[in-house]
Each structure stands twice: as structure tokens, then as C-alpha cells.
Design a binder for this molecule. Structure first.
Ligand code: ADP
Ligand code: MG
Length: 387
């Protein structure tokens, strides 16, 4: 593993690929700056080691001209400057003379941030397609490359893999190293009992994760909408609950071959996701939509979790966007926060829910990468890490 700690940074122009793909509201204000905070360790290390720091990141997807107005990194540069208590020079360009002049004028410890790398996608997907001309250009701006963007490590883009293959020296930053170290507590000989919690919307997105984890876990507790595809596969009435038809056969086969899957035994139901009322049922009727795990299921799940030595959690256990259906997820998060166990969370929505509920500090690790964390758990090699 090429750790940043092996790099000679003094007087060097260091390009750091960070993950500043943060959520913005309609007024273009940052609603969660966790990813910016998580980048500070690497940037501060480069400042202390007297490097010149050039930051690259993407922000959302850029598909049409109007995205240029709503996907600028300018707000992120401002927030970073507040957090790091140093000036951050934002250049609203991804290439050109303005970029080159700003970099040539840098002193040790200075920070320059370029515009959203995906602005280059407007012109033939140059960033996402790992265009070599673009990758070589970005690489030519610095002496050393550091990849600290875990959230995009499962993609080979010009701003990560592209730069790394066109520059002399590449290293991994502290955030990427921390992610690998913690997620490997799940993939490499997890301490037993090892309990997995799976929830969220679609089974389909998680098939690879389930196939890999079913071999390693003692039990997989299934909640969220995902549980209803399994319950339907068992022949139960799931009413109007969300079902992932494409994965039915997979669920039926899995239920035949393992007894590690623990499914909900009661449900909080409403008439739709926007429901203002709820009730608890053990069996669903035709007009019911299952939107949270019921109180008996919460106790059942806790009985498996209480003696665990490792927990991996992906997917909210209910439709948490509607407050009246977040209790199951909250109760389980609170229960885990008081356990003496290794607790790892992966998945964009799951991480956001647990952070917003205020339990993040009590977990061993909350991954900053949604798709990337799941691909690592699936056992795939991530191109952004193999640089
Ligand atoms: P992650 O991003 O953590 O991998 P997913 O994207 O798979 O998680 O799932 C999150 C989504 O699943 C959320 O929008 C949540 O509301 C939804 N969800 C969870 N339980 C239910 C349910 N019972 N019915 C409908 N949607 C649900
Ligand atoms: Mg999601």
C-alpha cells in the first residue's frame, strides 16, 4: 500500500484528489460537510510538510450546460477555508492559463482548488471516460499525486486513475487508508459472531454483497424494503410493499440454501410512503405498505446483535425519509451505539441516516463511500486504490 507517509512532500506540487461530492440544497448550501472534514487530515499533513496543494474533486453529475451553475465547487472551497482556517484559492476552471498561473505562483503551504472535474464531461465525458489527453494535462500540473477520494475509488476516471498513470509518484491519502483498514475488519476474518444488517430499497443492487457476506456472516438480519422481496419469495402477502421482481428467483434460491437469513416478524405499516398514520401488524393485508420493522422484530434483531463481535450494516431498516417510519432504524442504531463491538456502516443513505440521528461517534467506522464500500465488501479490486 502506497501510503502518503512514504512521500517526500517538501517544495513539491502535490495534486490531491479529494471527494467533495457533498449534498447541496436548492439554495446551493452544503447540508452535510462530513466529506470535507474527512479530507482535513491529508491536507494538513501536506501543509505541515511544506507542499503546494492542488485540490481536484467532482461534485454530482454534469450532463448539460445548466449544471455548470448548480454544480460549482466554489461553495466547497469557502467551507474548506473555514474548516482548515487557511485561505483556499478557488479557480473556476478545470484547465487553461488561469489554472497554470495560479499554480506557478504558489508558495509552500498554499492551497488551490480547481473547478468540478466533471465539468469536463460536457465535452465528450472526458473525466468519467478517463480521457488520456485530460489525464496527462492534469498530471502535468504537479509532481506528486495523492488519491484520498474513497467515494470514487471504484471508478477509473481521469482525475484518479488517469493522473496516477501519467505522473511519476502516486500515494494513498489518510482517508482512503482509514477506509481500507476499517472495511477490511469485515472482509478479512471478521471477529465472530459476525452479524450483518441489510436494508434499503433494492435487492438487486446488493446481490454481490449478499453472496459474499453470506459465507462469512453468522446471521444476516434483513429489514427495509429488501425484506419484502424475501417475504414474498416465501409466499407471504406483502400488500403494497415495495418488491424487486427481478430478484425474486435469487431470493427463493437463497432461502432454500441457507438458514442464516433472519426476516422481520412484524411490521409498521402505512397506506403509502407519505402516510401520516401508522399501525403495527404481524401479517400484511392487501392495502398495507410495510415501511418499518415492528417492535418484535427490533427485539429479535437485538438478540442477535447483543453478543456480536463484528457488525456490518448497509441499508436503512425503514422508509426513514418519513419521520414516522424511522423508529426501527433509530432503535437499532442506538442499541449498537451502546455495544462493545466492531461496528462498520457502508452505503450512502445508511451513513447519512446514522450521522443525522447523532450516533456516528459511537460506531467504529462510517464509510464515506457508498458504492465503493459495497464493492470492497463484495471482494472487488478498486481501480482508485490500485494506483
Ligand atoms: P444505501 O444508500 O445505504 O446503500 P439504499 O439506497 O439501498 O441504501 O436504500 C435506501 C432507501 O431505502 C431509502 O430511500 C429508504 O427510504 C428506502 N427504504 C428502506 N425501507 C423501505 C421500505 N420499507 N419501503 C420503501 N423504501 C424503503
Ligand atoms: Mg442509496
Amino acid at each position: 500500500m502506497k501510503s502518503i507517509e512514504n512521500a517526500e512532500l517538501k517544495n513539491k506540487k502535490v495534486i490531491i484528489r479529494v471527494d467533495y461530492n457533498v449534498p447541496l440544497n436548492e439554495n446551493l448550501e452544503i447540508t452535510d460537510d462530513n466529506r470535507i472534514k474527512e479530507s482535513l487530515k491529508t491536507i494538513n499533513y501536506c501543509i505541515t510538510h511544506e507542499a503546494k496543494i492542488i485540490l481536484l474533486s467532482h461534485l454530482g453529475k454534469v450532463k448539460e450546460e445548466k449544471d455548470l451553475k448548480t454544480k460549482s465547487l466554489r461553495v466547497v472551497a469557502k467551507r474548506l477555508s473555514e474548516l482548515i482556517k487557511s485561505p483556499v484559492t478557488f479557480i473556476p476552471k478545470t484547465r487553461g492559463i488561469e489554472v497554470e498561473n495560479a499554480i506557478n505562483n504558489m508558495k509552500n503551504g498554499d492551497i488551490v482548488m480547481l473547478e468540478n472535474t466533471r465539468f469536463e464531461d460536457l465535452d465528450g465525458k472526458k473525466e468519467s471516460g478517463n480521457n488520456q489527453e485530460l489525464a496527462k494535462y492534469w498530471a502535468s500540473l504537479g509532481d506528486i499525486f495523492i488519491n484520498d477520494a474513497f467515494g470514487t475509488a471504484h471508478r477509473a476516471h481521469a482525475s484518479n486513475v488517469g493522473i496516477a498513470s501519467n505522473i511519476k509518484e502516486s500515494y494513498l491519502g489518510f482517508l482512503v487508508l482509514k477506509e481500507i483498514e476499517n472495511l477490511s475488519k469485515v472482509t478479512n476474518n471478521p471477529k465472530k459472531p459476525f452479524i450483518v444488517i441489510l436494508g434499503g430499497a433494492k435487492v438487486h443492487d446488493k446481490i454481490g454483497t449478499i453472496e459474499n457476506l453470506i459465507k462469512k456472516a453468522d446471521y444476516i438480519l434483513v429489514g427495509g424494503a429488501m425484506a419484502y422481496t424475501f417475504l414474498y419469495a416465501k409466499g407471504l402477502n406483502i400488500g403494497k410493499s415495495l418488491i424487486d421482481e427481478d430478484s425474486l428467483l435469487f431470493c427463493q434460491n437463497l432461502l432454500k440454501t441457507t438458514d442464516k437469513l433472519i426476516l422481520p416478524i412484524d411490521h409498521v405499516v402505512g397506506e403509502s410512503v407519505n402516510s401520516k398514520t401508522k399501525c403495527v401488524k404481524t401479517q400484511l393485508e392487501n392495502n398495507d405498505m410495510g415501511l418499518d420493522i415492528g417492535p418484535k422484530t427490533r427485539e429479535l434483531f437485538k438478540s442477535y446483535l447483543k453478543n456480536s463481535k463484528t457488525i456490518f450494516w448497509n441499508g436503512p431498516l425503514g422508509y426513514t425519509e418519513n419521520k414516522i417510519f424511522e423508529e426501527g432504524t433509530r432503535e437499532i442504531a442506538k442499541f449498537i451505539s451502546n455495544l462493545n463491538t466492531t461496528s462498520i456502516v457502508g452505503g450512502g443513505d445508511t451513513a447519512a441516516v446514522i450521522i443525522n440521528m447523532g450516533y456516528a461517534k459511537k460506531f467504529t467506522h462510517i464509510s464515506t463511500g457508498g458504492g465503493a464500500s459495497l464493492e470492497l465488501i463484495e471482494g472487488k479490486e478498486l481501480p482508485g486504490i490500485n494506483i
